[in-house]
Ligand binder design. Structure first.
Ligand SMILES: Cc1cc2nc3c(=O)[nH]c(=O)nc-3n(C[C@H](O)[C@H](O)[C@H](O)COP(=O)(O)O)c2cc1C
Ligand SMILES: CCCCCCC(=O)C(=O)O
Length: 284
């Protein structure tokens, strides 16, 4: 590549050259045949712009609000696990980037920096993403730590009762580092010589019986607004509103969970049709 990277594909190529194959494959891979992974990109290619001319564009303001917080553009940082696999500063550096861009960062439940380290690193507005473990006490402690440390919302990911079957991770025998957030609470080590250590960990730890009624439990342990992430149908969006969530994130989890779901962008209209804007978001 000549010169500085100028677009996302060029950054991706640099990442491919810099990272160990196991981690690069983890970051970029989708589930199973990766049909939805391709479709997530192609669905964007099918959307054409319809430009109007002779409009004064000398001052453009893309800013908007999310749960009342002003962001410079309708773009936020999605929760992604284990940033230290890519850079020694991990999520702390990501939070500083969010602050510099005046946007919101959602810290992954599976972060490599702690809730507290990220909170004290900068003044970015932060939400905390939650996976529900069978060990509810561990989840409750993490949610309460997030609340104490100034996180402004809980993003409950609802598309991961089990981890998607990611074939590259199985082949690479992907291993996760110990996660500092859980020190003294739960071991993130699992015995699995067969395939993906992440998949084995999720199978052992994530609560695959999680259902709509558990929103009541989450409400009982936090006073923060609750968003649910991973909705792809208007039926589930209606249900989410009925149970009183504060926001919906339309998402197929970057095609890493259930393959052969539609591209996230292609269902955004179906979901938003029923709701006032502001309640529904999509991560890229
Ligand atoms: C490497 C990687 C790690 C991710 N880790 C998480 C995570 O810890 N929690 C979560 O809710 N989503 C996670 N995601 C999914 C993203 O939050 C986001 O949904 C996805 O990248 C974009 O797809 P969407 O537009 O369908 O949401 C991860 C995605 C990637 C690529
Ligand atoms: C260590 C257990 C699994 C982490 C899952 C993070 C995630 O959501 C992803 O898509 O990867």
């Amino acid at each position: 590549m000549e010169g500085e990277p100028v677009n996302v594909s060029e950054f991706q190529e640099l990442a491919r050259q810099a990272l160990p194959k196991m981690y690069y494959d983890y970051y970029t891979g989708g589930a199973e045949d990766q049909y939805t992974l391709k479709e997530n990109v192609e669905a964007f290619h099918r959307i054409m712009l319809r430009p109007r001319v002779l409009v004064d564009v000398s001052r453009i303001d893309l800013s908007t609000t999310v749960l009342g917080y002003r962001v410079s553009a309708p773009i936020m940082i999605a929760p992604t696990a284990m940033h230290k696999l890519a850079h020694p500063e991990g999520e702390v550096a990501t939070a500083r980037a969010a602050a510099a861009c005046n946007t919101i960062m959602v810290l992954s439940f599976m972060s490599t920096c702690t809730v507290e380290e990220v909170a004290s690193s900068c003044n970015a507005i932060r939400f905390f993403q939650l996976y529900v473990y069978k060990r509810r006490d561990v989840c409750a402690q993490l949610v309460q730590r997030a609340e104490r440390n100034g996180y402004r919302g809980i993003v409950l990911t609802v598309d991961t009762p089990r981890l998607g079957r990611r074939e590259a991770d199985i082949k690479n025998k992907m291993v996760a580092p110990q996660l500092k957030n859980f020190e003294g609470l739960l071991s993130t080590e699992v015995e699995d010589d067969e395939g993906s250590n992440l998949e084995a960990f999720a199978k052992e730890t994530f609560d695959d019986a999680l259902s709509w009624r558990d929103l009541g439990w989450l409400r009982s342990i936090t006073s923060l607004p609750i968003l649910i992430k991973g909705v792809l149908t208007h039926e589930d969006a209606i249900r989410a509103v009925e149970v009183g969530v504060d926001g919906i994130i339309v998402s197929n989890h970057g095609a890493r969970q259930l393959d052969y779901t539609p591209a996230t962008i292609s269902v955004l209209e179906e979901v938003t049709l029923y709701f006032p804007t502001g309640l529904v978001m999509q991560f890229m």
